[in-house]
Write a protein that binds this ligand. Structure first.
Ligand code: F6P
Length: 336
């Protein structure tokens, strides 16, 4: 049976995430397995505008499953947000004979994909788009999990474990800022995993007295002489928090901003496995003529959702983890 889709473009866009390469590999190999041609678009949506591409076959994605970053490079494209930019992108699709695009990235990437597909339809061109969620922030409403989150959590935990050694020796307070943009998923998950004294997240209003001062005080009363405070970048600056801890408790905190180190490194087994399954399902959606989809995880299952509906979805923040964190620390809110 002849495939309706003949050639797809695959790209990575937005902030990189460990496991993006594994997703590219899965898309290229699955396409090859279905007899669909594949072209890598480099530097995100910019590459579609400037016709920056690389032909890919099954063997060109060998030995990347374990690599961090993205072999296709990534970028955030202002021009693609404009109709003119997307017109240029559609011209590239036409020239290369692309009838499908798999876009690996976050919400912004998917909004771009939807705008492109709508513009193509308005121009009478058939172009199916499929999104694969990949961001260390885990902040995509339609998917319980996003590629890269597990690796970033593991990296942050490994760093904080090392910090704890020296904080313990010197009996100090550590204030660590983790990424997550406007979301606190990474901070809360990591905070729970390192047994933090306190965690600040944007999803919960911060009361400095009860959330920090009192927690450190209670931990000290319980015998602890070192403290670990984890701050989501969206909840405030670790430097400011450190200053206030100094002013209000007389401690001399050390501040660490983990920054982009959280975005690198070899992807974890979970990220490779999820990326492989999502990449495969993205191609299956295109091959069975289901366009404008986002591949998502829901309760561990991979599903494909209508892109427009998926972009409206919101996932509940797992606030129960905050309660668990409080219950498990020596500074637990019920202890006084
Ligand atoms: O979205 C991923 C992310 O790493 C966020 O956690 C962070 O706020 C942002 O990207 C950093 O972006 P940039 O790479 O442009 O500094």
């Amino acid at each position: 049976m002849e495939n309706q889709i003949h050639r797809i473009g695959v790209l990575t866009s937005g902030g990189d995430a460990p496991g993006m390469n594994a997703a590219v590999r899965a898309v290229v190999r699955s396409a090859s397995d279905c007899g669909i041609g594949c072209v890598g678009i480099r530097r995100g949506w910019n590459g579609l505008i400037t016709s920056d591409f690389v032909p890919l076959d099954a063997s060109s994605v060998s030995h990347i499953i374990d690599k961090g970053g993205t072999m296709l490079y990534t970028a955030r494209s202002e021009e693609f947000m404009t109709e003119e930019g997307r017109t240029k992108a559609l011209a590239t699709c036409k020239l290369l004979g692309l009838d499908g695009i798999v876009a690996i990235g976050g919400d912004g990437t998917f909004r771009g994909a939807l705008a492109l597909s709508r513009q193509a339809a308005a121009a009478g061109t058939a172009l199916s788009v499929v999104g694969i969620p990949a961001t260390i922030d885990n902040d995509i409403g339609c998917s319980h999990y996003t590629i890269g989150f597990d690796t970033a959590c593991n990296t942050a935990v490994a760093c904080i474990d090392k910090l704890r050694d020296t904080m313990q020796s010197h009996e100090r307070c550590s204030v660590v800022e983790v990424m997550g943009r406007h979301a606190g998923h990474l901070a809360l998950y990591v905070g729970l995993a390192v047994g933090a004294t306190a965690v600040l997240i944007p999803e919960r209003e911060v009361n400095f007295e009860s959330d920090i001062v009192e927690k450190i005080r209670q931990a000290r009363l319980a015998g602890t002489t070192h403290y670990m405070v984890v701050v989501a970048e969206g909840a405030g600056s670790a430097a400011d928090i450190g200053r206030r801890i100094h002013e209000e408790l007389g401690l001399d905190p050390r501040v660490t901003v983990l920054g982009h180190i959280q975005r690198g490194g070899s992807p974890s087994a979970r990220d490779r496995e999820t990326a492989s399954r999502m990449g495969y399902e993205a191609v299956m959606a295109l091959a069975s003529q289901r366009g404008n989809r986002i591949i998502a995880t829901q309760d561990g299952r991979i599903v494909d959702l209508d892109m427009e509906e998926a972009l409206q979805m919101k996932k509940p923040f797992p606030m129960e983890r905050y309660k668990i964190l409080e219950a498990l620390t020596l500074s637990g809110s019920r202890r006084s």
